[in-house]
Each structure stands twice: as C-alpha cells, then as structure tokens.
Ligand binder design. Structure first.
Ligand SMILES: Cc1cc2nc3c(=O)[nH]c(=O)nc-3n(C[C@H](O)[C@H](O)[C@H](O)COP(=O)(O)OP(=O)(O)OC[C@H]3O[C@@H](n4cnc5c(N)ncnc54)[C@H](O)[C@@H]3O)c2cc1C
Length: 443
C-alpha cells in the first residue's frame, strides 16, 4: 500500500511516523513545500526575543531521522493538483499515484485587503523564515523603534511580549471589544489586558486598521478607520488563519465556508481513501458535537494518530477538542478550556457561571499571588462546560484538573464539592479556589 502525505508538519509527519509504527511495510511518501519538516511553530514568538537561541531547535525531527524509519520525504515540492478519480498528485515535475492520500497542508495567515499591505516592513509569523525575519529585521534592528501588531489573538499577544522584551514600542490593535475574544470572556480578559498595558504594550481595542501607511514603499504608520493614525516602522499581521486548500477548489472535495476540508470522526473526507487533519481541516467540538475550525497543535497531533490508525484498519474516532489553551504574558498566566459564556449563550445552552477571585496559597507564605477562576456549567445536565483561569507561578495548571472533569462529563454535586485535591502551602489552600467555585455552583 502506498500512502502519500501532502504537508510535512504536525499533522503530516505525525501521521507518517504512526503509520510506519503501525504498518512497517507500508510505503509512506511525504511531499513538503518548505525545505524542512516538523516545525514547532508554537515556539516562533520565542525566537523573536532570543528565548529560543537557535531557530533550528524548533524542528522536532530531522528529515534524515524520518528517512531512517523508512519514510520518503520530498522537500521544496508544492502539490498543485490532485486527480481524485485516478488517485494522482501533481507538482512541478512530479506525478505520483497513491492508494491512500492524507492532506495535511496546514494554514497560512490571513492577509487583509487594505492599502499598503504589500509594503516593505509588513510581516507575519507562521514559518521558520517568518520567525527569523521578524527577529532580524524588527527585533534586532535598532532603527525599528515602533511596531504595530494587527490582531489580538494568541499570536498577536505573544508577539507583543517578545517585542517589548526587545525594547520596541508595541501597538497591539484589535477590532473586537477585547483581546482574545474567542477564548476569554470580558469579565476575565481585563486581567490580561492590564498586564500587557502595565508592561508597556499600547492596546487598542474596538479599533480597525484601514490602511498601512507607506513612505517610499516602506511602512511609516497605520491608519485606523476612525481617521486617526500612529507612526510605526513595521507591521505584523496576526488576524487569523486560512486553510491551505486553494489547490483543491476545483475538485469535488467538500470544504467548510472558510476553505477547511470537511472530515468525519474518522478524519475521512467525502472522497474515498482521502483523509485530512490539522489546520487545513475541520475538527469536532467535544461538547457540542459540531464541526469547527480549530487550528491548534493539540488538535493536529491527535488527528494525525487517528488518520494513521484508520488507514491501518484500527477503526478509531477523533472525539473532538475543547480548545484547551494557555498563554504566559510577562508574569501573568492564563488558561481556558471548553465553551466561553458567550459561546454557551450562542449555543442556546441554559448555563450558570461563577467567578472567584482568590489567592494561590496561604498568606503566611511569602509570594502569595492573585488567582481568578471562572466556571461555566450546563444547568440542565449539571456538567461543567467551560473554564477560564488567570494567575501566576503555575497556579493556572489547576486547569488540567478541570479539563479532566469536563472531559469525563462529571456532574457538579456535593460529592464533587469534596474532590480530594492534594494540598501543601507552597501550592494551594486547603479550601482551594476550585472548591469555592464548585461549592457556589452547587448551591
Ligand atoms: C506563532 C504560532 C504559535 C502557535 N502556538 C500554539 C500553541 O501555543 N499551542 C497550540 O496548540 N498551537 C499553536 N499554534 C498552532 C500550531 O502550530 C498548528 O496548529 C500546527 O502547526 C498545525 O499543524 P499542521 O501540520 O496541520 O499544519 P502546518 O504546521 O501549517 O504544516 C503544514 C505544512 O504543509 C506544507 N504545505 C502547505 N501546502 C502544501 C502543498 N500544496 N504541498 C506540499 N506541502 C504543503 C506547509 O509548508 C507546512 O509545512 C501556533 C501557531 C503559530 C503560527
């Protein structure tokens, strides 16, 4: 059996490695557009401020290592056409026939169609080359004093921190009323926004960029739709991702509205013997069961395994994700999982929330810090469906326990109120913030 994989990162190489472990005699061939495979893109913001000293360390496995395990890797090849009827992939100078095909082409940054976007000094942060460019042409370039980051999602806020660490003036511009609006509710996000502001990030919310201003083709500012403008010498675009599926547009493969390949729980597309996963495909919401687009490494790596197992006839389902995510900004750490209150409302769920502000451990110990926890519970089933936590010194790792409760569909009742979590002064209080929140929900 010959399996062709288009795209060689978390989803593609994850599937390749598992396939070879499952079925050592399978012929596994990867076509990858870039010159490297297995990029840990999550580390890119840390390349900018030097926390990752050598960008090549973000490549988790070398091509030679994959080839040693019998996987054929062809780099610098972009597949431009797939003939699903005859099971052939095409690239410049390449025509190759498959028995099974895995499409794992990931996503690219959305580029807004505003004047000036093609100017010199406009960057994004997705590839290894992007990380090196932003580090060398912005972070380490003393002539760049002020930068605009357009888009206040996870990548935008992480990049703000890295550039502040490199002594840049950072203007973080977000169209929505709050930063990270898809991930945190308004009553939690102010902790994060305050932390950014205290550390020097100029945060603009409810602000849309209408033009990137150029002087002699080089960035010299950005203009807002309210007519105001600010001076900057560089721009970083981080307004979201678009699946890399344009080469499939004229085919009969089913796509979501944003271009993501629609897959079922087996990660199969609507075309026989064609699978997809990761940032180029749909995935499932574990709570609502709906098809969603969730471009996260945690999702891509799990879908990769499901694809490989199904090709190896193991009959596995991808059950979905609850978009668990965390972020560290200066000394503030934040984590979220499940549905936000806004999302629960949009789903028509009858829900109840509780928000507790407390301390991470007892006051008699030096270094006590603030911690805030919001829980969202389905009133009818009494199951937890979402949580957001903000604190410091790893106190947010409580989220892992809460993820388990949501995953196991545990009901909030008097037994759960007594959940026996470990306690010692350097970590928590005997009556921890989670006990307090559960007790309030159970009233
Ligand atoms: C800056 C940044 C920070 C992130 N931080 C986090 C984090 O903290 N936590 C988290 O869970 N996720 C994070 N992510 C998301 C995570 O990196 C992605 O979800 C993950 O990389 C998806 O893997 P993938 O294999 O589906 O796609 P990709 O990593 O995009 O890989 C797809 C590959 O396919 C190649 N390709 C595309 N088209 C073709 C073609 N036609 N022919 C051949 N090859 C092709 C591309 O060159 C690319 O190498 C972050 C992403 C970025 C950019």
């Amino acid at each position: 059996m010959k399996i062709i994989i288009i795209g060689g990162s978390a989803a593609g190489m994850g599937a390749a490695a598992k396939l070879k472990r499952n079925t050592p005699d399978a012929e596994v061939v990867v076509y990858q557009k870039s010159s490297y495979v297995s990029l840990g893109a999550c580390g890119l913001p840390y390349v900018i401020d030097g926390k990752v000293e050598n960008e090549k360390d973000l490549l988790s496995r070398s091509i030679a290592e994959f080839e040693k395990s019998g996987i054929q890797v062809f780099t610098n090849i972009e597949i431009t056409k797939v003939d699903f009827d005859n099971k052939i992939v095409y690239a410049n100078g390449v025509k190759d026939k498959y028995d099974k095909l895995i499409i794992a082409t990931g996503a690219r940054p959305i580029v807004p169609s505003i004047p000036g976007v093609d100017g010199e000094g406009v960057y994004s942060l997705t590839t290894l080359e992007d990380g090196v460019e932003v580090r060398d042409k912005i972070a380490k370039n003393n002539s760049i004093k002020s930068v605009a980051i357009i888009g206040g999602g996870f990548i935008g806020v992480e990049t703000s921190v890295s550039l502040i660490n490199m002594n840049k003036k950072v203007n973080l511009i977000e169209m929505q009323d709050t930063l990270l609006s898809k991930s945190f509710d308004q009553d939690m996000i102010h902790h994060i926004e305050d932390e950014l502001k205290i550390n020097g990030v100029q945060v603009y919310t409810s602000t849309q960029v209408s033009e990137i201003l150029l002087n002699d083709k080089k960035v010299c500012g950005v203009k807002f739709s309210n007519g105001k403008s600010i001076e900057v010498e560089a721009v970083i675009l981080s307004i979201g991702f678009q699946p890399n599926t344009s080469f499939l547009k004229e085919t009969k493969i089913k796509l979501m509205d944003n271009g993501a390949i629609l897959v079922n729980t087996k990660c199969e597309t609507n075309i026989k013997d064609v699978y997809s996963g990761g940032d180029c495909s749909s995935s499932k919401n574990y709570i609502t069961g709906k098809d969603i687009y969730s471009p996260l490494a945690t999702v891509a790596s799990k879908m990769a395994k499901v694809i490989a197992d199904n090709i190896s006839n193991k009959n596995i389902n991808y059950v979905g994700s609850i978009q668990s995510a965390m972020i560290k900004l200066f000394s503030k750490e934040s984590a979220r999982t499940g549905l936000t209150e806004l999302q629960a409302k949009a789903e028509g769920i009858d829900y109840q929330t509780v928000l507790i502000n407390d301390k991470n451990y007892p006051s008699y110990l030096k270094g006590q810090t603030d911690i805030s926890l919001k829980l969202i519970m389905n009133k009818k089933s009494r199951e937890l469906i979402g949580a957001q936590i903000i604190g410091s010194d790893n106190s947010i790792l409580r989220i892992n326990g809460i993820v388990s409760l949501i995953w196991a569909k545990t009901k909030v009742d008097s037994a759960l109120e007594q959940i026996d979590m470990p306690y010692a002064p350097p970590f928590s209080r005997t009556q921890d913030i989670l006990h307090i929140a559960l007790s309030k929900l159970n009233k």
